[in-house]
Design a protein around this ligand. Sequence first.
Ligand code: DON
Length: 309
Amino acid sequence: MSDAASDVVTEALEELRQRLQGLDEGAVADYIPQLAQADPDCFGLALVSMDGHRYRAGRCDTEFTLQSVTKPFVLALALAELGPEAVDRRVGTEPSGEAFNAISLDPATGRPANPMINAGAIAVTALVPAADPARRFARILECLGRFAGRPLAVDEAVYRSEAETGDRNRALAYLMRGTGALAGDPAEAVETYFRQCAVLATVDDLAVMAATLANGGVNPVTGAVVVPEPVAVRVLALMATCGMYDAAGDWMVRVGLPAKSGVSGGLVAAGPARFGIAVHSPPLDAVGNPVRGVAALRELSGRFGLHLM
Ligand code: DON
């Protein structure tokens, strides 16, 4: 990108940060008690291009737990290890049209609708091959770190807070063992999933993670091949159809990019072969998507013609 174009991107991010900082809507998630501690005014945006150039505005180096934003990256790990057929046997590839935590299993197959809702993500986490749960989580953490280009850690307080209150996810895991969607022990699967949700990263990290998917699985900053290109393409397709839960249709019409949100206020979007973008701002809308992140991506998509269609 030329210096002039680069200045335009930085100015657009900074202008959005200033304007959307005043958007006083939504509520910080509190069903995981520790998440309620988040600063509702914390707001950062970053974009990473395919040549590894970074553009940023606001709080981009504050760590927060990734929550559901980990789902596409752990899916990529499972797909890279096992191939699509083995994953498809346990988890579907259709938007659910329901909330992220819905007790939603296909009556015919017993599978969760897709890997972006909690049920599907728990089933995917359990599929990651490893000799024991500790090594399974170590592989997940290591893979998330390769996407980010640096080693990541877990927020133990957030992990414990979800482990103490996450009975709905536990119920989903046991239900899925009953239907055959879940491999292995439900209690272990859900504890590994809670740890995965509590992995800490910054907006800067997340933009690199999204850019790695946009770049066909190659981290544009470190040059590491994190996952094979067909895996990155498949993950982007599932983000496009299911990443924004029951707002996925509205998102695709108005923003037109594969994306994934999380209850701590993180949001990633990818412009295939162009850029990865990340936003963090804790207040969420009624669907569970971050209010400022959604508003920022709508504006950026319109202004720079980022819509894929
Ligand atoms: O399983 C949960 O409920 C959380 N650990 C993650 C959910 C989430 O981030 C949904 N995103 N909007």
